[in-house]
Every structure is written in structure tokens, then in C-alpha cells.
Write a protein that binds this ligand. Structure first.
Ligand code: C2E
Ligand code: CA
Ligand code: CA
Ligand code: CA
Length: 276
């Protein structure tokens, strides 16, 4: 069986035919899964690299499949995009994360920020500014708590509707982040075109610090660029103390990765926050 780069280690070996059957089956089951609350969100902490404090979390979708167990997004997001189910999934996800954020931020003086991954499909088939405004309004959640993460490939779709949606999202107070920054082809141009507020340095760069000299140079330059443009810079995939120290020394304000915490369910996330 081919290894799916997004799906992580396999619990058991599947043949190609088994994998194909599982994919077809999961695609058909996704709608019921949403209705049965099998789709849940895990939260991975984001850390202020100067104080060590948790400043928020990225929400990452999981499917608690009754037969196959907890499934990573690599197993079903692509199919959801192709069938249009991503539209339902995205809206339900936003509502779930908004409810969680409101609960966590109630009574906190330092409010946490929450990042949510979005697909190009959602922007192409929905007025996302309207969707976000409505859903956050229904949850009484403050738009300033949220950042939508978009990948460079989706930003290539610079149709006028998308740019307009971005501008209206910014007016609501929602942040806009370029996920996996540096892995696409037009990173610099899109920073000029779109009203972004954040860049996330892809973990393929962070993972090779400090051994790769060229990655060192690139990461330092990206941090400086982001800061010069007034953007929040988040380094993802920090796994070692050496990487943390280096990124902090380079002036990267926020970090995320297994060193600080793996994605975990909401209850564990709150417990780990402790008295922070
Ligand atoms: P991403 O947005 O780049 O998310 C980061 C991925 O890196 C997550 O995988 C996370 O568990 C993993 N990760 C975090 N820290 C480390 C680390 O220190 N080392 C390593 N090796 N990995 C780390 P996950 O949860 O499997 O998500 C995969 C992708 O699925 C995400 O990549 C994102 O593009 C997509 N995705 C996740 N949730 C959603 C969602 O709700 N909607 C949409 N449309 N896409 C989603
Ligand atoms: Ca992301
Ligand atoms: Ca990423
Ligand atoms: Ca990624």
C-alpha cells in the first residue's frame, strides 16, 4: 500500500484494494458521521516563544470512526473536498471551534486565539465572510479570537470574489494566515495581493534546523520579512529544544509543535492550560 503522507503511521497494513474500499466507504459515510458527531476537533497549543505561555491553538479535525478508529484529516479531507461535504464539515467545524473558544475564553483576561484550516473549495462555493459572521454571531464568539489558515495553492485562485471575502473577513476582525509558507510558488506576490495577518513557516524548514545552513538562512529571512510587513510569524513543527531556542533568538514570536504539545481533545487542552 502506498503511504499517505498526511495520514501518519498505519495501525495495520492495508493492501491497495483495501485502501480503495476504505476510501469509498468513508466518503459515503462522511455525511452520517457529521450527524453522529463522529467528527471532532483536536487542539494543538501555540506558544509565545519569549514567555513560554500558551497563546492559543490550531484546531485540527479528527474522525472518530466506529470501525477504523481516530482518523487523521489526510484520510478524508480530499474526498470531502471532491464531494462538496467539506462545505458542511467546514461550517460545523467553525461552529464547534467557536463554541469551544467561547467556553475557554470566558473569564480569561488573556484571551486565547484559535486557528482554523480552510479549503479553497469553501471560498469558491461560499461567501465565507457571511458564513463566518453568522456562525460566530450564533456562538457569541469574538471574531478577533479567530484566524483562518489558507494554503498558498488556494491563494492562487485570486478571483475577485475571494479577495473581497478576505477584505470583509478582515473588517470583521478575523485574522488570515498563510499556512505552509514557503512551499508554494508565489509566496511573496500573495502577501502583496491579499490582506494577510500571519505567516506559518512550514515544518519542512523548521525540521531541518539547525543542521541545514540554507534552511537557517531562509527561516531567518522569512521571520524578518514577516516582521517588516507587520505580520504575526508562527513556526510550526518545533520538535526540539534547540529549534525552539534558535527560533526565539531569530525573533520568531510564536511556535507550535510536538515539543510543546501534540494535538489533543478539548478537555485535555484545557487541563494542560492549567493556571496559565
Ligand atoms: P497543517 O495545517 O499543516 O497542520 C499541521 C499538521 O502537522 C497536523 O497534522 C499536526 O498534527 C502536525 N504536526 C504538528 N506539530 C508537529 C510536529 O512537531 N512534528 C510533526 N511531524 N508534525 C506535527 P494533521 O492533524 O494530520 O493535519 C494534516 C493537514 O490536514 C493539516 O496540515 C491541514 O492542511 C489539514 N486539516 C486539518 N484540519 C483541517 C480542517 O478542519 N479543515 C481542513 N480543510 N483541513 C484540515
Ligand atoms: Ca494549518
Ligand atoms: Ca501547516
Ligand atoms: Ca501542512
Amino acid at each position: 500500500a502506498k503511504l499517505d503522507p498526511l495520514s501518519g503511521p498505519r495501525r495495520f497494513r492495508e493492501t491497495d484494494a483495501e485502501e480503495a474500499r476504505r476510501r469509498v466507504r468513508m466518503t459515503h459515510e462522511l455525511k452520517a458521521a457529521l450527524d453522529n458527531d463522529e467528527i471532532v476537533y483536536h487542539f494543538q497549543p501555540q506558544i509565545d516563544l519569549t514567555t513560554g505561555r500558551c497563546v492559543g491553538a490550531e484546531a485540527l479535525v479528527r474522525w472518530n470512526h466506529p470501525l477504523f478508529g481516530s482518523q487523521l484529516p489526510g484520510r478524508f479531507i480530499h474526498a470531502a473536498e471532491q464531494t462538496g461535504m467539506i462545505l458542511n464539515l467546514g461550517e460545523r467545524g467553525l461552529a464547534a471551534v467557536a463554541a469551544f473558544a467561547r467556553c475557554v475564553n470566558a473569564g480569561r483576561d488573556r484571551q486565547l486565539r484559535f486557528s482554523i484550516n480552510t479549503s479553497a473549495t469553501e471560498f469558491l462555493h461560499r461567501d465565507m465572510a457571511e458564513v463566518v459572521d453568522r456562525i460566530l454571531g450564533e456562538s457569541s464568539a469574538d471574531p478577533r479570537w479567530f484566524t483562518l489558515e489558507l494554503t498558498e495553492s488556494m491563494l492562487l485562485n485570486d478571483t475577485p470574489g475571494v479577495l473581497d471575502a478576505f477584505r470583509r473577513l478582515r473588517r470583521l476582525g478575523v485574522g488570515l494566515s498563510v499556512d505552509d509558507f514557503g512551499t508554494g510558488y508565489s509566496s511573496l506576490r500573495l502577501l502583496e495581493t491579499f490582506p494577510m495577518t500571519e505567516i506559518k513557516i512550514d515544518r519542512s524548514f523548521v525540521g531541518e534546523l539547525p543542521s541545514s545552513e540554507s534552511k537557517m538562512v531562509i527561516v531567518r529571512a522569512v521571520i524578518d520579512l514577516g516582521r517588516a510587513l507587520g505580520l504575526t510569524v508562527v513556526a510550526e513543527g518545533i520538535e526540539t529544544e534547540a529549534q525552539r531556542a534558535l527560533l526565539a533568538e531569530m525573533g520568531c514570536p510564536i511556535g507550535q509543535g510536538y515539543l510543546f504539545g501534540r494535538p489533543c481533545d478539548g478537555e485535555s487542552f484545557v487541563k494542560n492550560l492549567g493556571s496559565q
